[in-house]
Design a protein around this ligand. Structure first.
Ligand code: 0A1
Ligand code: ZN
Length: 878
């Protein structure tokens, strides 16, 4: 067994307050591409009982001083990952000088180079543990200090020098060098440190906060992209206003910088006063970006800005509390996006992401609680569970409190813990105490992995006009957690009559005016709820708005789901009903039942909605699409055959397309296309969304008609949403290569467009695609060094192309593991994330299961893997 010597796990139960704290950090950084020097002075505090231990990784120590005196070798010890200094006293100043090599840093963690040595710029990424790759420091989030940072560099090569905080002077030095100083008065953990240096352009805007501070907003990018920042600037301003209005939170420095880079491991980073963004979440133009990318830019700009309070002003005590900032900030970001756009479409998107990414994670070998209890590599815990499920937990609690009480609780949380490193208990305590409520039962959600199954059983007693709803919960076992406890589950619900009208709810023992919607609290394993005066056997609409992150099990007859799909006034619930119905139709199809009642009911309802002149076209587009292959595969307990899943889903689409009819599809598409514009307004966006769905359906019944329309669209359109739709369609026809070449020719100078070019080809269904992906590896635009490029080609292939990746001969698996070994040597974080594609391997049918197992096992045995990748592979194999 090769793998790699894996470190001992870090455990939440072992948490101890730091021996040494740091009150202030002074840094002097001499920047250069090949070699940079960092001098750091730390003022430290502690009782002196133990040596001062500073984390450090890949640092060359040049000097070490304690209270001004250079230390002899017998006064300190240097380990692989730390420096231990003896004789440190309370209030001592510890000074280190180190050298690092940014251009050789392919991990993109610490100080690194974005772009080429000649034209690129320097930047840092510190979360979670990158600061220790810049200087020696107690690199843990509960050590908060103020930072004074002086940057020095050659002016011609690095005209722009930025660090987090307020500017505090700048000037010239000898030999064409210059300097700039920044002071951040807000105590912060080291993971929020950042600097940027190079040739960058900016756009600026003045902003006055609600509490009267004048702030300069600067968005920075390389010269060729600076005209692509306008949309992000507007989004930033909207985010700032929203946080003032919704949470009463203002920005707190004189300047706010945001920088775009094409070389970034994640989406973006909330460094105090100096956010750094993966360019794909900052730059946007109609010619280059899809509608959904515009939405992402708005959401990620908001997310990082919102972190200024939920994460920066109040940070996390330790990395187990990661969801304290991430779950909360995703929740805030989702609420903002819902306010800026269509709330029901936003909820549909969020829930379908949760089901695709988080439910699958929770059902596989990497399942972990929102607050994990141990980790080997923290970078592997920036997961859908910590982010998306974490957000659902905040949403549940916010729903439990109601808007006004939630705001009161949030005020207390922010005020009480401002400048502190807090825990999830602190969060629940503040929300509870502000409202004299006990929210501790919700803590159970944070500690337990797995998606609860909520069973609902309805019984109608006609003689009593009484409807009894029994709710029952059970959470399947997950790795390391065989026994589960009940969690509080709020079930928002309504009752409908057979005609699709909502019934007034007379819940037994409840006073007051009957409402049409209520929230039932399931606070144990099982509970019954009795509704009186119910005139007929009702259709329950359960878990409205997705009121809890659970899987709902209820024995609906298909016709009842169809009624909800047709008639529920809430768009999200219509979609949820349609998803359940298509799931049932899928089950039947997979079992060989090609014309099930569920399929009929689904097609009939959608066919009716297709003719409905009042329905929002964006919603219609969502309703017309059956559940994704990834979610459908989750319905199968064991022996998943991805090809069979694909075929069954295709046949659902086929039936629907035939039921609606080729002619009607063509007419509707042509009508939408006749009024098409490239604008970003909601109506144009909704039309594009519907056009995409219709072209997909049309391709099932009249492929030639669909291909003709795609050709025309590719030639005519001025926006990326349409162009990508056209390319996606044409890639499945006889002129695939010509279409791909035309797109490449047009966009070869735009990295973000080229990512889509790689991605859309990697997603062509079928066993042939592996060959195409292998060829694309040799394209001059491909490189394993750029995370976006790797994710576009290899991520799309392995995660968004089930029939391509899961070839029965195992070639997809062997291909991916070979690439994983290469990528791991360059960038462990990227490799580890890519390896998640193997998550569901144990549930595959035996032939594929064996092939996947073999590929994973040889990856582990034949290579010395990074801690990041070894951790994922090990857990997958356990
Ligand atoms: N905190 C960032 C995400 C992030 C996490 C880790 C990173 O490097 C390993 C970079 C960014 C966010 O939630 O936006
Ligand atoms: Zn975040």
């Amino acid at each position: 067994m090769h793998m790699s010597a894996s470190a001992l796990p870090v455990r939440l139960s072992d948490y101890a307050a730091p021996d040494w704290r740091v009150s202030s950090v002074e840094m002097e950084v001499d920047l250069d591409i090949a070699s940079s020097r960092i001098r750091t002075r730390l003022t430290v505090h502690g009782d002196g009982q133990r040596p001062l231990r500073l984390d450090g990784e890949d640092l060359e120590l040049l000097e070490l001083k304690l209270d001004g005196e250079t230390l002899d070798k017998d006064r300190y010890r240097q380990h692989d990952d730390a420096l231990e200094v003896d004789g440190v006293r309370d209030g001592s100043v510890v000074e280190t000088l180190v050298r690092v090599k940014p251009a050789e840093n392919t991990k993109l963690e610490g100080l690194y180079l974005s772009g080429s040595s000649e034209a690129g710029f320097l930047l840092t990424q510190c979360e979670a543990e990158g600061f220790r790759r810049i200087t020696f420091f107690p690199d843990r989030p509960d050590v908060l200090a103020t930072y004074t940072v002086t940057l020095r560099a050659n002016r011609a090569r690095f005209p722009v020098l930025l660090a987090g905080g307020n500017p505090d002077g700048a000037g010239e030095l000898e030999d064409g060098r210059h300097w700039a100083r920044f002071v951040d008065p807000h105590p912060k953990p080291s993971y929020l440190f950042a600097l940027v240096a190079g040739r960058l352009e900016k756009i600026s805007r003045d902003y006055r906060t609600a509490d009267g501070r004048d702030v300069t907003l600067n968005l920075w990018a390389e010269a060729d992209a600076i005209d692509q920042c306008g949309y992000a600037m507007d989004a930033l301003e909207r985010s700032m206003r929203w946080d003032e209005e919704t949470y009463g939170r203002n920005y707190d420095l004189d300047v706010f910088h945001v920088v775009a880079t094409h070389d970034f491991n994640m989406g973006a980073m909330e460094n105090k006063g100096l956010n750094i963004f993966n360019a794909k979440y900052l730059l946007a133009t109609p010619d280059m970006s899809t509608d959904s990318e515009y939405q992402h830019v708005e959401a990620v700009v908001a997310h990082e800005y919102f972190h200024n309070w939920s994460g920066n002003r109040v940070t996390c005590r330790d990395w187990f509390q990661l969801s304290l900032k991430e779950g909360l900030t995703v929740f805030r970001e989702q609420s903002f996006s819902a306010d800026m756009n269509s709330p029901s479409i936003k909820r549909i998107e969020d829930v379908s992401l949760l089901r695709r990414a988080q439910f699958t994670e929770d059902a596989g070998p990497l399942a972990h609680p929102v607050r994990p209890s141990e980790y080997r590599e923290i970078n592997n815990f920036y997961t859908a569970t910590v982010y998306e499920k974490g957000s659902e937990l905040v949403r549940m609690i916010a729903g439990r409190l109601g808007a006004e009480r939630f705001r009161k609780g949030m005020d207390l949380y922010f005020d009480r813990h401002d400048g502190e490193a807090a825990t999830i208990e602190d969060f629940l305590a503040a929300l509870g105490e502000a409202n004299r409520m006990d929210l501790t039962p919700y803590l159970a959600w944070y500690g337990q992995a797995g998606t609860p199954r909520l069973r609902a059983l309805g019984e109608y007693d006609a003689s009593q006009r009484r409807y009894t709803l029994t709710l029952h919960q059970r959470t399947p076992a997950t790795p390391g957690q065989p026994h589960k406890h009940p969690v509080p589950i709020p079930v928002r619900m309504a009752l409908f009559d057979r005609g699709g009208h909502m019934l007034p709810l007379h819940l037994r023992d409840e006073e007051g005016v009957p409402s049409r919607e209520c929230v039932l609290e399931l606070d144990g394993a099982e509970k019954q709820f009795v509704f009186e005066n119910v005139p007929e056997a009702p259709i329950p609409s359960l878990l409205r708005g997705f009121s809890a992150p659970v899987v709902l099990e209820h024995d609906y007859v298909p016709e009842d789901l169809a009624t909800l799909l047709r008639a529920d006034p809430d768009g999200f619930n219509r979609w949820a009903a349609g998803q359940q119905l298509s799931g049932r139709a899928f089950d039947a199809m997979l079992g060989g039942e090609t014309s099930s009642a569920a399929l009929q009911a689904w097609c009939d309802a959608l066919c009716g909605l297709f003719e409905d002149a009042d329905i929002d076209p964006a919603l219609l587009a969502e309703l017309l699409m059956p559940t994704s292959e990834i979610e459908l595969a989750e319905r199968i307990e064991q022996d998943v055959d991805p090809e069979a899943v694909h075929a069954a889903r295709e046949s659902l689409l086929d039936h629907l397309a035939r039921r609606i009819g080729g002619e009607r599809l063509e007419d509707r598409y042509d009508a939408l296309q006749s009024v098409a514009s490239d604008d970003l307004d909601p109506v144009s966006q909704a039309h594009r969304r519907l056009k995409k769905t219709i072209l997909r359906l049309l391709f099932c019944v009249r492929p030639d008609a669909a291909l003709r329309r795609a050709e025309a669209l590719l030639a005519q359109t001025g926006n990326m949403t349409d162009r990508l739709l056209a390319l996606h369609t044409l890639l499945q026809g006889p002129h695939a290569d010509a279409a791909a070449a035309a797109f490449r020719e047009r966009h070869h100078t735009q990295p973000l467009a080229m990512d889509k070019w790689f991605a859309v080809q990697a997603q062509i269904p079928g066993t042939e695609t592996l060959q195409r992906v292998e060829t694309l590896l040799d394209d001059s635009a491909f490189t394993l060094r750029n995370p976006n490029r790797v994710n576009a080609l290899l991520g799309s292939f392995s995660r968004a192309n089930p029939t391509g990746f899961h070839r029965a001969d195992g070639a997809g698996y062997r291909f991916l593991t070979a690439k994983l070994a290469e990528i791991d040597a360059l960038n462990p974080q990227v490799a580890a994330r890519l390896a998640n594609a193997f998550n569901g391997w144990r549930r595959l049918e035996p032939v594929r299961r064996e092939a996947a197992h073999e590929a994973l096992a040889s990856l582990a045995s034949e290579h010395a893997l990074s801690r990041d990748l070894a951790d994922i592979v090990q857990r997958a194999l356990e």
